[in-house]
Design a protein around this ligand. Structure first.
Ligand SMILES: C[S@@+](CC[C@H](N)C(=O)[O-])C[C@H]1O[C@@H](n2cnc3c(N)ncnc32)[C@H](O)[C@@H]1O
Length: 228
């Protein structure tokens, strides 16, 4: 898979790239590249944003700047590009990222993620230059970089070979293997701790009973409500 991230802060991804599963994916031939809008702006002095028409706080990422960056990278009209490649803008109001969407994205050969900053994107970028919007939650971050890392993290760990043990990605919270339920509880050593017992079945060595217990536990777990 080839993922291109358009951002004003490519340096923000250095830590992310060093994470084991990301490094594994890259060493297997998957690619993560960054395009800095500022490197391609047709405007003077590295300008990428402007004041909103109609007034109001903040600055808006310009459509001509984003188009220039997309054209520089792909050498085609971005309006056509979005028919051939998923070009996704990170926005607070976009389609909420969940396991189903991650699976969908992990099946793509290539993805383009556009990070916004400041007040966000000129609406014409979303209307004409992208194929969709993705949100990592109904709250507002200062920029799309963390959201892009969340998307890349979730997608890359689904790719064969990215995780140390392939089974980790198959049976975990919200996966088909657990009928979309949160994962069952895990326990490790010590088996005895402050009188808090590990469920007997997990110490039994009886694999069929353990499996059955785990599925029951997963089904019984509903996503948590408000924090106390
Ligand atoms: C300060 S936010 C802009 C918020 C925008 N004015 C609004 O009220 O929806 C700047 C950028 O951060 C990114 N961003 C913020 N929150 C996000 C979220 N929950 N999911 C995805 N991207 C987010 C987007 O790329 C956005 O353009």
């Amino acid at each position: 898979m080839e993922i291109d991230v358009f951002t004003l802060f490519p340096g923000a991804f250095a830590w992310f790239e060093a994470q084991r599963h990301v490094a594994n994916a890259l060493s297997l031939g998957h690619a993560l590249a960054y395009v800095n809008y500022r490197d391609h702006t047709p405007l003077g002095a590295g300008q990428v944003d402007d004041a909103p028409f109609g007034g109001g706080a903040g600055m808006v990422l310009r459509v001509d700047v984003v188009e220039a960056a997309l054209r520089a990278r792909y050498r085609v009209d971005p309006v056509e590009l979005r028919g051939r490649r998923r070009v996704l803008a990170l926005t607070p109001g976009g389609r909420l990222l969940d396991d189903a969407l991650v699976d969908e994205l992990a099946r793509e050969p290539a993805l383009t993620l556009l990070c916004g900053r400041y007040e966000g994107f000129d609406q014409r970028i979303l209307d004409h230059l992208t194929s969709g919007e993705v949100s990592i939650g109904r709250y507002v971050l200062a920029g799309g970089e963390l959201a892009a890392m969340v998307v890349c993290d979730a997608v890359l760990r689904k790719l064969p070979g990215a995780l140390g043990d392939e089974r980790s990605a198959l049976e975990e919270s919200f996966s088909e293997a657990l009928d979309g339920a949160p994962e069952y509880p895990h326990y490790t050593r010590p088996a005895q701790y402050r009188g808090w017992p590990v469920p007997e079945v997990l110490l039994s060595g009886h694999h069929a009973r353990i499996r059955e217990w785990r599925l029951e536990q997963a089904r019984a777990r509903t996503p948590p409500g408000p924090l106390p």
